[in-house]
Design a protein around this ligand. Sequence first.
Ligand SMILES: [Zn+2]
Length: 166
Amino acid sequence: MSSEFGVRSEIKTPNSGLNTPNFRFIADAMLGRLARWLRLLGFDTLYYKDISDAEVLKIAKQQNRIVLTRDTHFLNFRNFKDFLLISSNSTMEQLVEMAAVFHLKSDVSPRCSKCNGILSGDVEKESVRGLVPEYVYLRFKRFLKCGDCGGIYWEGSHAKRFKEKF
Ligand SMILES: [Zn+2]
């Protein structure tokens, strides 16, 4: 099916069944932007800036993650089929490619774009004063906080546009 996206049709997932939002990913070094957006949309996505294909493969196998890659090298790893070859250059298009293959739904809790930690939504507005730019503090009502690194998030117009498209 979906061969136009270069996906191996036999993609298997730990939870099998394509409608689960529980896919876990690892993006190769060329897909940093995509990884950050996937996290914000709530998908568990690992990304390391300096990582070899072999290391990506090892982590994917250990943790049952699907590899997202722009690199056809993964076609050469025998017996490894859980990857998606991403063809587009644009992050938006890349998300569309993924959504088409995995039927992703963005109704899961967002994750931290920096560390992949889960963001918590019950953050007192007062508590982020001084931690975010003043205009952001004044403009936004709802803030999210990363349970791992403490990063503060708010829903900017950019994120909204992405979500709508998604
Ligand atoms: Zn974080």
